[in-house]
Design a protein around this ligand. Structure first.
Ligand SMILES: [Zn+2]
Length: 227
């Protein structure tokens, strides 16, 4: 755990924001000082993440598991990757605004609708280190723009193997609803499929998913082909 995370644990969530504001503020795109994402880079990022701009709309040829649809906004490189690293690794929650907006725009254009957004819960050590769950932040921004509620319905189950396992938090309203998972990066879709299976078992009528970026670099064979 980092020294910063120790401070965050000690002083609680209100002061998280104050700690966030003391991080060295440089643009995720061009390293200009004084902003987490400058106006020029915000426009460049929005253009990269705009629907259909650099990623063909389509589905993974091998649609994983129970998922009805997987969408993403752009490929995991360049300014998109740097912005996601700022959000997910460096503790800069402010970057959730443009990235969550991209999710909302993409889902409004290409998604199959849904009744609620369900963030894929981040690993506990990640949440401890950066002070928040980055997928939950993305979902909140996207939910505001899409007019959809965000339900933190899933939690990770400790498992001996490296593949994450999830369960539905008791009392969350899942039954009879069409749900949309929200995550930062999708690779094979295996994690999303695991989440979808848990939600379907709890009575969801359908589960789709959207991520900010698709990381094809991490793929091992067989390589998904866009339909
Ligand atoms: Zn910039």
């Amino acid at each position: 755990m980092t020294f910063l995370a120790d401070i965050r644990d000690a002083v609680g969530s209100f002061a998280d924001r104050a700690v966030d504001l003391t991080l060295p503020l440089t643009c995720a795109g061009c390293h200009r000082a004084g902003t987490s994402l400058c106006g020029d880079c915000r426009m460049a990022l929005a253009a990269r993440l705009a629907a259909g701009r650099d990623v063909p709309a389509g589905r993974l040829a091998q649609q994983p598991g129970a998922l009805q649809q997987i969408e993403w906004c752009g490929s995991y490189d360049g300014i998109t990757r740097r912005a996601l690293e700022r959000l997910g690794d460096a503790g800069e929650r402010r970057v959730s605004e443009p990235l969550g907006t991209a999710i909302a725009n993409r889902w409004a254009l290409a998604g199959t609708g849904g009744d609620a957004l369900i963030p894929v819960p981040a690993p506990a050590d990640r949440v401890r280190d950066i002070g928040y769950d980055h997928a939950a932040l993305l979902a909140r921004v996207a939910g505001r723009r899409l007019g959809l509620p965000v339900v933190e319905a899933l939690r990770r189950v400790p498992a001996p193997d490296p593949d994450p396992r999830f369960e539905v938090v008791p009392g969350r309203r899942i039954f009879g609803r069409s749900l949309v998972l929200v995550d930062d990066v999708v690779t094979t879709g295996a994690t999303l499929a695991t989440c979808a299976a848990a939600l379907m078992a709890a009575g969801a009528t359908a589960v789709s998913a959207i991520a900010v970026a698709w990381d094809q670099r991490q793929l091992t064979a067989p390589r998904p082909v866009l339909a």
